[in-house]
Design a protein around this ligand. Structure first.
Ligand code: HEM
Ligand code: HEM
Length: 125
């Protein structure tokens, strides 16, 4: 699997969803889902696009196991976090039930970011 292409293509899908939700909020005047919209665009589109470009442009950065582990930790973590946040903030899920999934998703994203940083420190010289 090409980690760079994966990040870029999936990031573009988050952008479409983020713009869709932003347009809905603008049109309806209901901004209650602004944090969901913000993080779909930032954690989804912006971060994934930065990762995708960096894995393509920095020599050797995409090699080894760390980029793949980073990719999957970020994909699963972001999807669970953003879907959970949407369900919670739109009133479709009970906070007491869905609450425990957030720390798990956050740790996945954080571990991915740690691998990204370690890999970058080693290979960006
Ligand atoms: C056509 C595209 C977009 C529309 C119609 C749109 C619309 C909106 C609306 C209506 C809000 C709520 C504002 C408020 O309640 O103060 C908002 C917030 C926000 N949007 Fe967008 N947005 C779009 C694209 C984007 C993109 C591409 C990004 C980032 C890459 C982004 C990042 C944010 C952020 C970070 C906030 C939260 C700001 C805050 O809470 O202070 N938006 N957007
Ligand atoms: C695991 C990852 C993340 C978690 C758990 C998280 C959590 C949060 C929380 C709890 C807030 C306050 C929301 C509110 O007051 O309604 C917030 C706001 C914000 N975060 Fe994040 N965040 C994460 C990643 C990011 C990333 C990667 C970016 C940028 C690239 C970002 C940009 C922002 C911005 C611009 C705001 C203010 C806009 C708003 O209030 O909606 N966050 N975040």
């Amino acid at each position: 699997m090409d980690v760079s292409r994966g990040f870029l293509v999936i990031g573009s899908l988050y952008l479409l969803v983020g713009i869709g939700l932003g347009s809905y909020m603008g049109g309806s005047g209901d901004h209650s889902l602004a944090p969901v919209h913000a993080h779909i665009n930032l954690l989804g589109f912006t971060l994934m696009t930065v990762f995708g470009l960096a894995y393509r442009l920095l020599p050797g950065l995409a090699e080894g196991w760390m980029p793949k582990a980073h990719f999957w930790l970020h994909q699963v973590g972001a999807l669970v976090l953003l879907a959970g946040l949407f369900l919670l903030m739109s009133g479709r899920a009970d906070g007491a039930v869905i609450g425990p999934i957030f720390p798990v998703a956050e740790i996945a994203i954080l571990l991915g970011a740690l691998l990204w940083a370690v890999n970058l420190f080693g290979k960006s010289r």
